[in-house]
Design a protein around this ligand. Structure first.
Ligand SMILES: Nc1ncnc2c1ncn2[C@@H]1O[C@H](COP(=O)(O)OP(=O)(O)O)[C@@H](O)[C@H]1O
Ligand SMILES: [Mg+2]
Length: 364
């Protein structure tokens, strides 16, 4: 199906979604048991927007990203679900959907997923050294990425590499191109990694806690840069973070994850001003509000995240939830349901809907 879409229109159909994740289950089969990292993740990633994924450490944010790139390594495995990528060609202010690929069907070491990585979906990590190779210069690595996906000469690729280093505002790009990663500061390395990710103008950039390891000043600079590049290039970004302040600055839409599921999904303002899931509300009470005049005390979320090996009955949040309804919340898993009168606001909680998931994942 070939469809022309304006770049900045609000998403209304599947053709306006770069990526759709449906009922994704990813497990790790370890010697101590099965770690159920993802238990039915659903996500819609609209074209040209920034989607934030938030949640406490261990809730499955990174495994979701790695699953989409098919970079989950044994003993981990995608056991169920679909990851559907719309391959897109951009021309000026419009884009054309070329075809749809089910990423879960691909061989993780095959040619097709390798051509998707970098060109369609690029990823940047918290620690730049996980994607930058210490034994090659920054320039060589960017040139290599360009040559892998684009039909240009080595000289042309080097010029493009210098250009992209300028674009991420690295001072003295002509010199930095010949430097090794260890010769750069943390902030510069992060810029170099963003440059590498952008070098093939991917349709989707997944940024997994890209600023967590940086000091606050450098973090603010990198966030500004990403926002600017996103606006200029109309790029789609999935921004993974446990920092809600960063979400407020960066994101259009937010998905809140808990124990391998999305429990609330809404436009960023609704998440901050009208959160509905008791977990989202607790998460918000646990962080400082920038600019808040009231001197409300921060409240840590009570209890701890259950370990992913445990078999939990009912809503995975019920034993930490102050609104838990015994006999209901500890029996069944609530299904995601749309809040009446709201656009794009969904929540998985029995306070809002009686819908629950059957054993086979079907909504009853
Ligand atoms: N290689 C692995 N082996 C076993 N369990 C893993 C592995 N990688 C991730 N997990 C488990 O998957 C869950 C989700 O992890 P992750 O996606 O990294 O969380 P986060 O939201 O902090 O990014 C965690 O409980 C983690 O222990
Ligand atoms: Mg992580």
């Amino acid at each position: 199906m070939v469809q022309q879409q304006p770049v900045h229109a609000a998403p209304t159909s599947e053709a306006e979604l770069v990526l759709r994740i449906r009922d994704l289950h990813t497990y790790f089969y370890t010697v101590v048991g099965v770690a159920k990292a993802l238990n039915g993740v659903n996500l819609d990633i609209p074209y040209g927007k920034v989607l934030g994924i938030v949640g406490e450490s261990g809730c499955g944010k990174s495994v979701t990203a790695l699953s989409a790139m098919r970079l989950v390594l044994p003993p981990g495995r995608i056991v169920k679900g679909e990851i559907l990528l719309n391959r897109i060609r951009r021309e000026g202010d419009t884009y054309t959907v070329l075809d749809e690929v089910n990423i879960t069907d691909l061989d993780p070491r095959g040619h097709e997923i390798r051509s998707i990585r970098g060109r369609e979906i690029a990823m940047i990590f918290q620690e730049p050294m996980t994607s930058l190779n210490p034994s090659y210069t920054v320039g060589n690595q960017i040139v290599e990425a360009i040559l892998l996906h684009q039909d240009v000469s080595k000289e042309e690729a080097r010029d493009r590499a210098i250009n992209i280093l300028r674009r991420v505002e690295l001072p003295n790009a002509e010199a930095v191109v010949d430097r090794y990663p260890h010769e750069l500061s943390g902030g510069m390395r992060q810029r170099a990694m963003i440059a590498m990710a952008l070098s093939c103008t991917p349709s989707l950039l997944i940024a997994d806690e890209p600023t967590t390891a940086l000091d606050v000043t450098t973090e603010a600079e990198i966030l500004d840069l990403m926002r600017e590049l996103q606006a200029q290039m109309g790029m789609t970004i999935v921004f993974i973070t446990h920092n809600l302040g960063v979400v407020a600055q960066m994101c259009d839409q937010v998905a809140v994850m808990y124990l391998g599921r999305v429990v609330e999904s809404a436009p960023v303002d609704d998440i901050f001003y009208d959160p509905q899931h008791p977990y989202t509300q607790a998460l918000l009470r646990s962080i400082p509000r920038i600019g808040s005049r009231t001197k409300k005390r921060l409240e840590p979320i009570r209890g701890v995240v259950p370990d992913p090996y445990a078999d939990i009955r009912g809503c995975p949040f019920h034993d930490r939830c102050s609104a838990c309804m015994p006999g209901i919340c500890d029996v069944r898993v609530p299904a995601m349901s749309v809040l009446p009168g709201k656009v794009g606001h969904e929540v998985r909680c029995f306070l809002h809907s009686d819908a629950y998931e059957g054993d086979d994942g079907h909504v009853a």
